[in-house]
Design a protein around this ligand. Structure first.
Ligand code: NAI
Length: 348
């Protein structure tokens, strides 16, 4: 099926989509700039082996739009964008990232970029030689981003428990953390420090050994993570993990984690809402890195992780209040509120 790009852009309110090809390196990429009404567009670089370029383009559009939603809900003077790079053989990646750096520089601050799946410190360092508008992974940069993300998830989780029971009461809570990578391990540490009982599920055996021993977590078989009874299930691995098959297996009261797009489809959030499971909007919970990066680039300072967590907790609490008043799933309410805010920017 073909994509009618201009129709899709008009429907979703996109400003600009660039198709990038570099003859020298073999780079192929799409850059989607969704919205710059309130300030520059922010979005990381995802490098992934897509089935074809249509899939890559659709992912680029979806992710860029989601970044604008994030910016709107946490009230940043910024909009959303995404750079999607097609993983394939024969690309000179050193040259490719240098080229991307020059493209980003040519946009002169309309677009800021940083890490995402497939693009880490080594690639960002190559880009830093070409542009000011990228996250510097070194000491001159915004600092530890995953820690800011984990703090936002932790405080968002706290907002969910307070919403349900009036208090977080960590020593009485159990949490399953799925994925013990950068975000999951930081989150698990924060929970353990507060006295919660934490189960850790991680498919990388060495990493599971190391993190579970260091933090004294109860280790779970990753295949059983969804079934384990707990207060909070915290997905910190991949998106799309709650779908027709896994929904019925969940044994928790709250789903709150760092992974993007945890629900395979919005209607899975509706079903969990009907079953009385509170699903926190992931794109709010995991906005800590975006908040830190945006403030660093636009104001030149490193926002304290504690303040970032506080801010996210406040947004989650207000979304939950509205969801209760409307008897609607919080995941739907968060998207609706973001869209209302974006429409208000564009009309003003
Ligand atoms: P990471 O790559 O450091 O950690 C993910 C971990 O999940 C890996 O250790 C991997 O082995 C594990 N994993 C994968 N599938 C699994 C499964 N089925 N069961 C158990 N473990 C599994 O990634 P990071 O940075 O910790 O991010 C985690 C999630 O949060 C990702 O979905 C990412 O997109 C999202 N996120 C991360 C942000 C950040 O600041 N790092 C910001 C916003 C979102």
């Amino acid at each position: 099926m073909s994509v009618h790009l201009l129709d899709a852009m008009a429907r979703e309110g996109f400003e600009q989509v660039l198709a990038l090809h570099d003859r020298r390196s073999g780079l192929r990429a799409f850059l989607g700039i969704h919205d710059t009404t309130r300030g520059p567009a922010f979005g990381g670089i995802r490098r992934w082996r897509y089935r074809d370029e249509r899939d890559a383009l659709l992912d680029c559009l979806r992710l860029a739009r989601a970044m604008t939603h994030k910016c709107a809900l946490v009230d940043l003077p910024a909009g959303g964008a995404k750079l999607v790079v097609l993983e394939r053989e024969g690309v000179d990646w050193k040259q490719a990232y240098a080229h991307l750096g020059r493209v980003v520089e040519s946009l002169d601050g309309r677009f800021y970029t940083g890490p995402d799946v497939g693009t880490g410190p080594a690639e960002l360092a190559l880009m830093c030689e070409q542009t000011r508008f990228v996250t510097d992974p070194g000491p001159k940069g915004p600092g530890e981003l995953a820690q800011a993300t984990a703090e936002g998830v932790f405080r968002g989780m706290e907002a969910c428990l307070e919403h349900l029971d009036g208090e977080a009461d960590w020593p009485r809570r159990s949490v399953v953390v799925q994925g013990l990578g950068a975000v999951g391990a930081n989150l698990a540490q924060r929970l353990v420090e507060c006295g919660a009982k934490v189960f850790g599920a991680e498919i990388d055996e060495d990493l599971a050994d190391e993190v579970c021993a260091r933090l004294n977590l109860e280790r779970l078989d990753p295949a059983r993570a969804v079934d384990t009874p707990c207060d909070v299930f915290a997905p910190c691995a991949l998106g799309g993990i709650l779908h027709d098959i896994t929904l019925g297996r969940l044994r928790c009261r709250v789903v709150a984690g760092g992974a993007n797009n945890v629900l395979a489809k919005p209607l899975h959030g509706d079903r969990l809402h009907e079953r009385g499971v509170l699903v926190a909007p992931d794109f709010v919970l995991n906005s800590g890195a975006l908040i830190r990066g945006t403030i660093f680039h636009l104001e030149g300072r490193r926002e304290a992780v504690a303040l970032i967590g506080e801010r996210i907790k406040g947004v989650v609490a207000s979304v939950l209040e509205r969801a209760r008043a409307e008897d609607a799933p919080p995941t739907r309410v968060a998207v609706r509120e973001a869209e209302e805010r974006i429409a208000a920017w564009r009309d003003s």
